[in-house]
Ligand binder design. Structure first.
Ligand code: COA
Length: 372
């Protein structure tokens, strides 16, 4: 059977970033304004005082030090707390398509391929800029790709689920060359005014090119096997779907942005992920010791430390389980691919590793790779 492979990968990183200190300063200014504006209601016991955020808490609870964003001014404006991302006119490339073209071009260049040689584009992301036409089809056109394209959404697991779809189609022979691209504009679905989660996300876009290993023109990673699993949970949810009405109605609706019960997610997802990776290894006859690297979803450092230890049966050594969340924060589906893209070049031929993403759904996806 055809062995699919990742032959190219690329990351688009926005030029703007926000440190924890900058973020907390803006949040605290917003909280002070809110408390002043609602002083009457607070005094009457009808509203609670909004408490300040803390950069020390953010770092110790999550490991995040900074995040990249497409727009900084809007997020840090205490009177706004939301990025300026104007809807693009219908005849101009959308925000997602624009960042996708950058990441895809990097992936294609690495693989020595042109856009015209691609016959599948999967735009796999947590949130899409519009309902239709699919963003993936716009990316397909901008790259001059052929074949077909579609959007998919499995929240933070979108990249690995997309890689499984692409790898399966390459094995089946229905496509020759697929781009799985994850433009994550998380700043637009984060509630920056909510102290419990305002620090969590950042913006980025990743792309991987998947084709048959025998077609690879250079260095590549054989995709040995993929596994996806889902189990319904409301503990990470965003209701901003097609039933959304006007912006005014949205303003008052906290459920129209990212919401989570972080503690429960932590407790429930951890065992699911480590059991999933160990089960996947076992089914393929791989041992945990075979894994030279774990490229995990990037949501929380403590969570990743725990998963690494559980899977390897010991504390991972330096570099075995690279984190990028200190610089990028949680970038939803893109996180594990950024870790892979930035921390795989040094590995020798024959080295094995696993990309694993997990998140809302719940969902978990793993991709077993071997450097060819
Ligand atoms: N600044 C200062 N203190 C804060 C704060 C902030 N921004 N946000 C919360 N706190 C406080 C809380 O008020 C609480 O105080 P209390 O104990 O006096 O009541 C304390 O910190 C603990 O809050 P909690 O929300 O329980 O923190 P946590 O240790 O669970 O960490 C997360 C929060 C979100 C970082 C953590 O739960 C997490 O990462 N969970 C998994 C998330 C995940 O993977 N999500 C997937 C998303 S795709």
């Amino acid at each position: 059977m055809t062995m699919p492979a990742i032959t190219g990968h690329g990351v688009f990183t926005p030029s703007l970033s926000i440190s924890n200190d900058e973020l907390v300063e803006a949040f605290n200014a917003y909280a002070d304004r809110w408390n002043a504006e609602n002083a009457g209601a607070i005094a009457a016991g009808e509203a609670e005082t909004m408490t300040h955020s803390s950069a020390d808490f953010i770092f110790s609870a999550s490991g995040i030090e900074s995040r990249y964003v497409l727009d900084k001014d809007g997020v840090l404006d205490p009177a706004r707390m939301f990025p300026h991302l104007a809807a693009r006119p219908d005849d101009a490339p959308g925000h997602m398509a624009e960042m996708a073209v950058d990441a895809c071009t990097k992936a294609l260049d690495m693989a020595g391929r042109a856009g015209a040689e691609v016959d599948l584009v999967i735009c796999a992301a947590s949130n899409h800029e519009r309902a239709y036409p699919a963003v993936a089809i716009e990316i397909q056109q901008l790259l001059g790709a052929g074949g077909f394209a579609f959007d998919m959404n499995v929240a933070c697991s979108s990249a690995t689920f997309g890689i499984q779809a692409a790898a399966d189609m390459i094995r089946a022979g229905s496509v020759k060359r697929a781009l799985v691209v994850c433009p994550e504009i998380c700043s637009a679905h984060l509630e920056w005014r909510d102290r419990d989660c305002h620090f969590i996300f950042g913006d980025v876009c990743t792309a991987v090119l998947v084709e048959a290993a025998e077609e690879a023109q250079g260095d590549h990673w054989k995709i040995h096997s993929t596994r996806c699993a889902t189990q319904f949970s409301n503990n990470i949810r965003n209701n901003n779907g097609f039933l959304r009405r006007t912006h005014d109605q949205m303003e008052d609706r906290r459920d129209m942005q990212f919401m989570q019960n972080g503690r429960k997610v932590f407790k429930e997802v951890l065992p699911m992920v480590s059991a999933h990776i160990l089960g996947h290894l076992d089914e393929e006859g791989w041992q945990a010791d075979d894994l030279k690297r774990l490229w995990l979803h990037q949501a929380n450092k403590t969570m990743n430390d725990f998963i690494g230890k559980k899977v390897l049966g010991r504390v991972p050594e330096d570099g075995e389980q690279p984190n990028i969340l200190q610089d990028y924060a949680n970038t939803s589906s893109a996180g594990s691919i950024i870790a892979f893209s930035k921390h795989s070049d040094d590995m020798p031929k024959g080295a094995r590793g696993v990309i694993c993403s997990f998140g809302a759904g719940y969902s978990v996806g793993s991709v077993l790779l071997e450097r060819a």
